[in-house]
Every structure is written in structure tokens, then in C-alpha cells.
Design a protein around this ligand. Structure first.
Ligand SMILES: [Zn+2]
Length: 305
């Protein structure tokens, strides 16, 4: 039997995947439409993207279910398809690994529910909890090797996601925060003011197995390295990092990320030196970025072989 994800990262670091949202846009998804619905309506397009990541060398691939909670899907009239969309998301990643002829780990993706909880917003804590429990259960029942609760900025929502993954019996739970570099550039914290030390402590208390960061503003490879280092100092849990491909720029009224694979890959060895256990990319990263990461990681790891 193959190793669990948590056992595998004890042996050596693993490579994640790159962006899904920007790849879906390239494949024809229009801004504001429901990309997760494609798991049912255009599974071959989702499969093609994830097969490219598997071929590029990803050991772990996130399901196309970032906006797959009932609350998010309801905005597109897809609430009734919540379980089916999440199940299909897991199956498509499995098929992508099989098509590429390599084994890999399926990470069930839970993104933010996309609103604010009472008293600041319209959603009760129970509604958000129920939505996360339903999504986590669908992902785990379909056989996900792990669940990631990602792009989180508040500990309340992060905690609900982690609790839901635990309740669903997820074999591995990853909590991932989106940090923004402060205006003076001196540090980074989430939009809700959470710093990595506080987040790490909170996630450890709540039973996460891996602490992570993804996306965020200004969080390039060097900032990600700093975040990994701060996590390492604050917790003994393994660490995952998925930075964006540089800074977002507006070109022809479209947001683009312009850090090339060659530029981004320079940050891989420093991230590994800082102790990252899983490295991937967030917005703007492509199969070409992941292929470059693979080469760099293999070279780095061969020093210890
Ligand atoms: Zn992102």
C-alpha cells in the first residue's frame, strides 16, 4: 500500500500544482461564471488542465472545488449539484494522475464561502459550518487524500473549515491563509489582521496537520520563504506554500501575473531550505511553472540522495 500524504512528506518534500482559476479562463471560462460546474458539464477541460500538471510532475493536485461549497454554488444556481460537483472533482484528479501514468495525492479544495458572517454579514455561523461539513464530507467520501481549507483570512472561518474536515474524517487537514504585504513592506498579515504565528498556533490547536499559505497580495517566492520560516518557528507541523506568480497587473482590463517560470523557480531552493514540505503555485502559475519547479526540486533533492 502506498504511503499516506503525511508519511510521504516525512521522506521528502512534494510538489503541488499551479493555478486552476487562471487555467480555466484560458480554457474558455468567462469571468464570473461557475468554474466548478465544469466538473459536471466539461470534465474533459478540467481533466486536460490537471493532466498537464500531472505530466509536469505534480505529486499533489487540488480538486477543482475552490468555490464548491453550497453557499458559493448557490450564487450560480448550482446548490443542488454540490455533492456531485465535489465528488466529480476528486474523480477528475484521479483520472488526471492515471492519464499521466503517475501516482499522486488528491487534495480536496475548500475555498472561502465568499461572504461575511453575522454580525458583519448575512450568513450565520451555522450556515457556513453546514456548508463546509457538506463539502468536506463529499470530498472525503469520494476518496480525497487530504482536505485543504485555503485562501482564508479569518480564524473563525478557517476554524469552521478545519472542524468540518475533521468531522468528515479527512486523513490529512491543511489550513492555508492568504497574507498581504503591509503598505510599508515591513511584514505581512491577512486582511483580518492575522499573522503567521497566530495562525500556526490556532491551526495546531484546532487539529490541522499541515499549515500553509497561498495567494495574497505581494506574497512572492521570497515572502513565501519568510512565511515558511515564521511557521517553522511557531509550530512543529509540516508547512505548505503556494505563492502567486508575482504581482497581479492589469493588462487590457484583465488581471495577469507576469512572473515567468524562470523567475519564480529561483525561489524554490530557498523555500526548501526554509523547510517547506509541499510547494506549489497559486494565481498565475501554469504547468510550465510546475515543470520548472519539478526540475529544481529534483536537483535540490539529489544532493541528499
Ligand atoms: Zn491565488
Amino acid at each position: 500500500m502506498r504511503k499516506s500524504l503525511l508519511d510521504a512528506i516525512k521522506d521528502h518534500p512534494l510538489l503541488g500544482d499551479g493555478a486552476m482559476g487562471t487555467q480555466l479562463m484560458i480554457a474558455g471560462l468567462e469571468q464570473g461564471n461557475c468554474g466548478e460546474e465544469w466538473n459536471l458539464t466539461h470534465p474533459e477541460r478540467v481533466l486536460a488542465i490537471q493532466r498537464n500538471y500531472a505530466n509536469a510532475g505534480s505529486d499533489c493536485i487540488l480538486t477543482n472545488t475552490f468555490g464548491g461549497s453550497r453557499i458559493m454554488l448557490n450564487r450560480h444556481g448550482n446548490a443542488d449539484n454540490t455533492v456531485a460537483i465535489n465528488r466529480a472533482g476528486v474523480e477528475i484528479v484521479r483520472r488526471a494522475f492515471a492519464a499521466a501514468g503517475r501516482d499522486g495525492y488528491v487534495i480536496g479544495d475548500i475555498g472561502p464561502f465568499g461572504g461575511l458572517m453575522e454580525p458583519y454579514g448575512d450568513f450565520s455561523e451555522a450556515q457556513v459550518r453546514d456548508a463546509f461539513v457538506e463539502q468536506a464530507a463529499a470530498l472525503v467520501d469520494a476518496g480525497a487524500d487530504a482536505v485543504i481549507v485555503e485562501t482564508q483570512t479569518s480564524l473563525e472561518e478557517l476554524g469552521l473549515g478545519i472542524d468540518a474536515a475533521r468531522e468528515a474524517g479527512a486523513p490529512c487537514i491543511i489550513g492555508s491563509l492568504a497574507y498581504d504585504v503591509t503598505l510599508d513592506g515591513s511584514t505581512f498579515r491577512t486582511m483580518m489582521g492575522i499573522d503567521p504565528e497566530r495562525a500556526a498556533e490556532f491551526m495546531e490547536e484546532h487539529g490541522a496537520h499541515i499549515v500553509a499559505l497561498n495567494c495574497g497580495t505581494g506574497m512572492d517566492m521570497e515572502r513565501a520563504r519568510q512565511a515558511v520560516q515564521r511557521y517553522r518557528e511557531a509550530t512543529s507541523l509540516p508547512v505548505m506554500a503556494q505563492p502567486n506568480a508575482g504581482q497581479p497587473c492589469l493588462v487590457d482590463m484583465k488581471v495577469v501575473y507576469n512572473e515567468t517560470p524562470e523567475e519564480m523557480v529561483r525561489g524554490v531552493a530557498p523555500l526548501l531550505d526554509a523547510g517547506a514540505n509541499i510547494i506549489g503555485g497559486c494565481c498565475g502559475s501554469t504547468p510550465d511553472h510546475i515543470r520548472a519547479f519539478r526540475a529544481s526540486m529534483d536537483q535540490y533533492l539529489s544532493q541528499f540522495a
